[in-house]
Design a protein around this ligand. Structure first.
Ligand code: SF4
Ligand code: SF4
Length: 364
């Protein structure tokens, strides 16, 4: 507890902030690759306090936001099937597909919000006459828990549980961004929770292959400022390394048990990310031997041809090419009550974070 308090200490945060303000000699572009970081940076005012010195871009760090419209349409297709109960996390409910959303589908079908995949397994056990489909979204942080549920499902030989896997892995997305000449990133603030699973070493390709510095950071204000401080120092020294400033949670090799259970159930496949396009080996699909639990294998789902919600700039935001207030719909047509795109729906979405914490500040 005492240790955690240090990372919330406003005096310590203030000292690092002042140091940062003095030592940044040219504006730098850093990207945070975690929705929780985006929210923490907005809420604490760090983005505003470093304005003009650091541009903190929110990258593809929210699993709901990066779920492609085509996936949402397929999920809606599943919700329309007779005899099916569709289950998913609350944030997915209001994400617009090309013609509808899961919350709208509730009027005709059985769509339920769950807090974990385990809840969906319990619903399957309680409803043997129905097929229960869990719509899985999430990165490496979420997937091991889903794999553990599958272990349960297989052990119990549950025949009415299916998974629609829209799960993704983070490292290939960073690689794709670095290969885009329009995306200018001087350093990454790496996602602490994902790194807990993958470990520091997994991200060494950023410095070794792309010469871009990166720091793994925790989620308290001091954690974030300390990570930014280390990034600024590396840029100033012309050094690129991957540093771990979240060593209370992240190890070199990550969590081998979590990695093993992911590998037991899932294969890496090429999948489409909203606004970014197809990223090779960045999606997680159930292995062929578990195809009987794979909703995509069990039903013929219609491919959607619609690219994105018209007028929404989520794609540009996820690539760090635009900030939420630059979207012409931001806070005018698109609000958390009437979201146009997922970045305004998800509690970890960049637009929702800016709307909640930075909209008034930027008006002053
Ligand atoms: S799952 Fe964890 S690491 Fe991933 S976006 Fe959410 S908080 Fe960040
Ligand atoms: S403000 Fe709304 S419409 Fe614009 S990018 Fe964000 S979610 Fe999309």
């Amino acid at each position: 507890m005492e240790l955690l308090q240090r990372f919330k200490d406003p005096k310590l945060g203030q000292r690092i902030l002042e140091r940062l303000q003095q030592k940044i000699s040219r504006p730098l572009n850093f990207m945070e690759v975690c929705g929780t970081h985006t929210v923490a940076i907005s809420r604490s005012g760090i983005r505003e306090l470093l304005k003009g010195k650091l541009r903190l871009k929110s990258g593809p760090g929210c699993p709901v936001c990066v779920t492609d419209t085509g996936d949402i349409d397929k999920m809606i297709g599943l919700a329309r099937l007779p005899g099916v109960i569709v289950t998913t996390f609350g944030d997915m409910m209001r994400v617009p597909g090309s013609r509808s959303s899961l919350v709208q589908e509730r009027a005709n079908g059985d769509v339920r919000v769950v807090y974990s995949a385990l809840d969906a397994v319990a619903i399957a056990e309680a409803n043997p006459d129905k097929t229960v489909i869990f719509l899985g979204v999430g990165f490496e942080t979420t997937v091991p828990a889903v794999a553990l549920c599958l272990e349960e499902v297989v052990r119990k030989n549950l025949k009415n549980f299916l998974l629609y896997s829209a799960h993704k892995v983070v490292p290939p997305a960073l690689e794709t961004l670095l290969q885009d000449p329009e995306v200018k990133i001087d350093g990454f603030l790496l996602p602490g929770h994902v790194c807990t699973i993958l470990g520091r070493k997994t991200f060494e390709f950023l410095s070794q292959k792309y010469n871009v510095p990166a720091v793994i950071g925790g989620f308290e204000p001091v954690d974030i400022l300390a990570a930014l401080d280390a990034l600024v120092d590396m840029v100033a020294a012309g050094k690129a390394q991957v540093l771990n400033r979240y060593s209370r949670a992240v190890r070199e090799e990550g969590n081998p048990l979590a990695q093993a259970i992911m590998q037991k159930y899932f294969d890496l496949v090429d999948v489409k990310w909203r606004g970014i396009g197809i990223i090779p080996r960045s999606g997680l699909k159930l292995k062929a031997e578990y195809a009987r639990y794979d909703a995509e294998e069990q039903y013929l789902l219609e491919e959607s041809t619609v690219e994105a919600v018209p007028g929404c700039s989520c794609g540009e935001i996820l690539k760090g090419k635009m900030e939420p207030p630059e979207c012409p719909l931001f806070a005018y047509i698109c609000t958390p009550l009437k979201p146009v795109g997922p970045c305004m729906v998800s509690s970890e979405g960049a637009c929702a974070a800016y709307y909640k914490y930075e909209r008034r500040r930027s008006k002053n």
